[in-house]
Ligand binder design. Structure first.
Ligand code: 13P
Length: 251
């Protein structure tokens, strides 16, 4: 199983900036991308085409969408369908990112609809879960992650191809704050995610990737990637520059 090194560019970068960063990243990775790593760039929708062009035919690079609406097409102003992402060359999409849960008010059930719809339409789905600082202080990590996963995966067929389902553990208090969860916290949360996957999918869950996200930087990436049950990272701020993200990818 290759480690997934994912760059979530959130609402950053005009299309020309995204193209330049993607081109710089391809250049930086030439000949040095480890065999066991896959790079995933998840730019804003308006940059998908430019990034696709920059990474097309580059082995080990993939493109992802940050979001979509769980329907084939229709009168959903401002939304985008999963087929529009695959049409742009995306092979992955995110669902349940904490910014969408907390800023846009997305419910666990709605996130679950996206996960199953994306899988049905051929996307590899990355379900993001994670607790707020208050939930952690109240000792509710297990309960929150379990609820987000149970509802987020509720309709996923039990025989789903394991490489197409990924969970990203992103503690909300570590996102964009410079605070990274410590090794003990990551180990405990990832073991919990793995156990919930095993309960639902049986041994196939060993082949599902679990990513860590939350202030991953070149300085802490290698330590995080060595931890048990860490099968990659989902990086925000430090993925915006080709220089820092390439250091993370090869960490
Ligand atoms: P930061 O790396 O900026 O903390 O963001 C993490 C994240 O939200 C990735 O999806």
């Amino acid at each position: 199983m290759k480690k997934l090194m994912a760059a979530n560019w959130k609402m950053y970068k005009l299309h020309s900036e995204a193209r330049d960063t993607a081109e710089a990243l391809v250049k930086a990775m030439k000949g040095v991308l480890p065999e066991d790593r896959e790079v995933l760039i998840v730019p804003p929708f308006t940059a998908l085409r430019s990034v696709r062009k920059a990474i097309k035919k580059v082995p080990g690079f993939a493109l992802g969408g940050q979001n979509f609406f769980p329907s084939m097409q229709g009168a959903f102003t401002g939304e985008i369908a999963p087929d529009m992402l695959t049409d742009m060359g995306c092979t992955y999409a995110l669902a349940g990112h904490s910014e969408r849960r907390h800023i846009l008010g997305e419910s666990d059930e709605f996130v679950g609809k996206k996960v199953v719809c994306g899988l049905e339409r051929g996307l590899g789905m990355i379900l993001c879960v994670g607790e707020t600082i208050d939930e952690r202080k109240e000792g509710r990590l297990d309960e929150v992650v379990r609820r987000q996963m149970e509802l987020g995966l509720a309709e996923v067929p039990l025989d789903v191809a394991p490489e197409r389902l990924t969970v990203a553990y992103e503690p909300v208090w570590a996102i964009g704050t410079g605070l990274t969860a410590g090794p003990k916290e990551i180990l405990a949360a990832h073991a919990l995610v793995r156990s919930i996957l095993l309960e639902k999918f049986g041994q196939a869950a060993q082949q599902m990737r679990i990513l860590y996200g939350g202030s991953v930087k070149p300085e802490n990436a290698s330590e995080i990637l060595l931890l048990d049950n860490v099968d990659g990272v989902l990086v925000g701020g430090s993925s915006l520059s080709a220089d820092s993200f390439s250091k993370i990818v090869t960490a």
